[in-house]
Design a protein around this ligand. Structure first.
Ligand code: C2E
Ligand code: CA
Ligand code: CA
Length: 691
């Protein structure tokens, strides 16, 4: 408390103390100087006075000394004894002996002659020396005088100090207190940030002006503060709103209004982290054929389909379950506390069942199905990534099992994934190490009974696993994207081989190469690569034909039309591979000006066995003829199939009955030895003959 008081009043006290110290010091110095000065003045005046008294008395004392009159001398020097400062008066004769003296009794104690002041007057008459008059004085009278003087000055000094103290107190109260009060208010405002506090106006002077100015400054700050506060409140409100909207956007899929990928990941992480006892399952759902809808009907149809599909799924699942859209045509369903395989399967089957009904999008009936995979916690994994990955793997397995399927995750799916990874890394090595080779299978011209075409089919001579069929690595390369590099390798080798075939077999010889849908992506520049290679090879027209599947044509329609037009300009024929298993839309055959269709071997192999298959083959041939499109029948394995196809008017035939795919050189040997008569059951080439 005291220290606070002292601290608060420190300025006042410091000022007063300073003021007092300066006053005291200067007065003391003055006092000291004055005292010394006074002592000096008084001492020299006293010496002069005693000296003149001695001089005055000297002639009479001399006369009395001459007459040896001690009594007279006593009388003469007696008055000196009454002087305050005189301690002893002594007369000495010419021999230096004391003739007489007056010793002032009360001053006897002071008779230390060394400390006394000695005034000597020589007693002389008629140039003769008779002795000396010696007066001993001390400074007691001076000291008395000076003491009085000092007491007087001291009184003045104390009066000045007291006056000064009160004066400084008055000055402080008058001038410093208002400043201190103002300082206290400033301090309070600074600490409390309360700008409504005001300083009290105390006087009409500069301090009053300062108080007024300070108060008006506080008024301005307070106004600004209020304004700022209301602006901040408004902005905070806006920010909170924006934050909620942002959060909403961050966790919501804008198209379907469903929770999004991030939401579901956080949900799974939350549930799997916070509870040991909780269980749940995850369904991973991918729409089959969604890309085709997007490509054929347009993206707005695709968007509406997503919304409708979401509604359909939502209607099936329970309220406590969470449906989220992961992106594209992928959905996931979080089933809390559901892990029984039969329950999960029944939900998946209900979805599949509901998807069998067509969707009506803007009067257009759209058919899609769903491939569904599932995994559960904690059996399949501990983290959201792991559970999601396994449900995705199961979905992928369902898709590759022919779409519209349901699969629950199994460890073998991971093994398959690992095996695929191995295939890809081995395939990269194969491209570098020259482990790949093109085999050629003749395409027999039924009308001319000649062979002027062959299909290039890739083979992989794996150093450890032996020959690997394209069916075991092409789909994996397609998934991975390595098919682009592989496709280029096929093209370069087919060009090299066809050049030889044109020299050795026939100048119009044509090699068909297979092109995957994955190679037709616009960003991969497949077409320009092909055209450049053909131009560089300078082979002439119809040296290379391409075989693409119907699904490949479904991708980016406009781009495909443009690409195929450019290819035709370059003299490249286009064949539709595996015709009949895909969409088999007649309209695109005309629109894309397709040259050849290849009837899939699954239909050819039904010839003579199944009447529906037979009718289908016949119809395809007739329809193609009407559209001026040539037909190749694939997979002819016996004479009956060939005979029937010849009867239908099919243009070309390909299959083991004619020849199996073989290395380029063996193919050349076959070509040279080939006679149409060979194509009879008796003479049909044995499979191994070419291999
Ligand atoms: P694909 O284009 O339909 O080729 C015809 C497949 O049928 C070939 O199988 C061929 O060996 C087989 N084949 C021919 N005649 C008969 C027959 O009489 N009976 C039976 N059962 N099969 C016959 P392959 O060589 O195993 O090729 C399989 C698939 O791999 C090809 O089917 C094609 O889609 C793909 N493929 C092969 N080479 C390449 C390539 O260089 N690039 C691309 N993208 N795909 C290729
Ligand atoms: Ca083919
Ligand atoms: Ca085929």
């Amino acid at each position: 408390m005291v220290s606070m008081f002292l601290k608060k009043r420190s300025l006042l006290f410091r000022l007063t103390a300073m003021f007092m110290a300066v006053a005291s010091f200067s007065t003391l110095i003055t006092l000291l100087v004055m005292s010394v000065y006074q002592i000096n003045i008084l001492s020299s005046a006293e010496i002069r006075r005693v000296n003149s008294l001695a001089q005055i008395l000297a002639p009479n004392v001399t006369a009395s000394l001459i007459f040896n009159d001690k009594e007279t001398i006593h009388e003469l020097i007696e008055p000196l004894a009454h002087q305050d400062s005189v301690v002893m008066v002594s007369v000495i004769d010419e021999q230096g002996d004391e003739f007489t003296s007056i010793d002032i009794a009360e001053n006897a104690a002071r008779l230390d002659k060394q400390a006394l002041t000695k005034t000597e007057a020589s007693l002389e008459a008629y140039d003769s020396y008779y002795g000396s008059l010696i007066i001993y004085t001390d400074d007691s009278s001076i000291r008395k005088h000076v003491s009085f003087y000092l007491i007087f000055l001291g009184a003045i000094f104390i009066t000045i100090i007291i006056l000064g103290f009160f004066l400084s107190l008055f000055a402080s109260k008058r001038f410093i207190y208002p400043i201190l009060r103002l300082a206290a208010v400033v301090n309070k405002v600074t600490h409390s940030h309360d700008y409504s506090i005001r300083a009290t106006f105390s006087s009409f002077d500069e301090i009053g002006d300062l108080t007024k100015g300070f108060n008006s400054m506080l008024e301005t700050i307070s106004l600004r503060d209020n304004l700022l506060e209301s602006t901040v409140q408004q902005r905070t409100g806006e920010l909170k709103k924006a934050n909620i909207e942002l959060r909403d956007q961050a966790y919501k899929d804008s198209l379907s209004g469903l929770p999004n990928r991030r939401y579901i990941y956080e949900l799974i992480n939350e549930v799997s982290k916070n509870s040991e006892t909780h269980t749940f399952s995850l369904l991973f759902l991918d729409l089959d054929g969604f890309k085709e809808v997007n490509d054929t009907l347009g993206h707005d149809y695709g968007d509406l389909l997503i919304v409708d599909a979401a509604k359909r799924i939502q209607a099936i699942i329970n309220k406590g379950d969470t449906l989220a859209r992961l992106g594209g045509d992928e959905f996931t369903i979080f089933l809390e506390n559901v892990v029984e395989p039969c329950v999960i399967e029944s939900i998946a089957n209900r979805i599949r069942y509901e998807f069998n009904k067509p969707f009506l999008i803007r009067d257009e009936s759209v058919h899609i199905t769903a491939s569904i995979g599932a995994s559960s916690y904690p059996e399949c994994g501990k983290s959201a990534e792991e559970i999601m990955k396994k449900a995705d793997l199961a979905m992928y397995d369902a898709k590759s099992s022919g779409r519209n399927c349901y699969r629950f995750f199994h460890a073998s799916m991971l093994e398959k994934l690992e095996a695929k990874k191995l295939v890809i890394s081995d395939l990269r090595q194969a491209l570098k190490n020259d482990e790949l080779e093109l085999f050629y299978q003749p395409i027999y011209n039924i009308e001319t009974r000649k062979i002027d075409k062959a299909e290039a089919l890739i083979r992989w001579h794996h150093p450890a696993k032996g020959v690997i069929s394209p069916q075991d690595f092409i789909p994996i390369a397609e998934e991975n994207g390595l098919i682009v590099e592989l496709g280029n390798w096929v093209l370069q080798n087919a060009i090299a081989n066809v050049r030889v075939f044109r020299q050795n077999l026939c100048p119009e010889f044509c090699v068909n190469i297979n092109v995957s849908a994955a190679q037709l992506k616009p960003e991969d520049n497949w077409l320009s690569e092909l055209i450049l290679s053909l131009d560089t090879a300078n082979l002439g027209a119809n040296a290379i034909a391409i075989e693409i599947t119907e699904t490949a044509l479904m991708t980016d329609r406009k781009k495909v039309v443009e690409d195929l037009r450019l290819l035709k300009e370059k003299g490249v024929e286009i064949a539709i591979d595996d015709f009949g298993v895909g969409y088999s839309s007649l309209s695109y055959l005309q629109q894309l000006k397709i040259d050849i269709i290849k009837i899939d071997k699954s239909f050819v192999q039904q010839l003579g066995i199944d009447s529906a298959g037979t009718t289908l083959c016949k119809t395809i041939v007739q329809m193609a003829k009407n559209l001026n499109i040539k037909v190749v029948a694939e997979g002819i394995e016996d004479e009956i199939q060939l005979e029937m196809l010849t009867e239908f008017g099919c243009h070309f035939g390909q299959g083991y009955f004619i020849a199996k795919p073989a290395q380029a050189q063996k193919f050349e040997t076959f070509f040279h030895s080939f006679k149409p008569a060979h194509i009879t059951p008796r003479n049909a080439l044995k499979e191994d003959a070419l291999l």
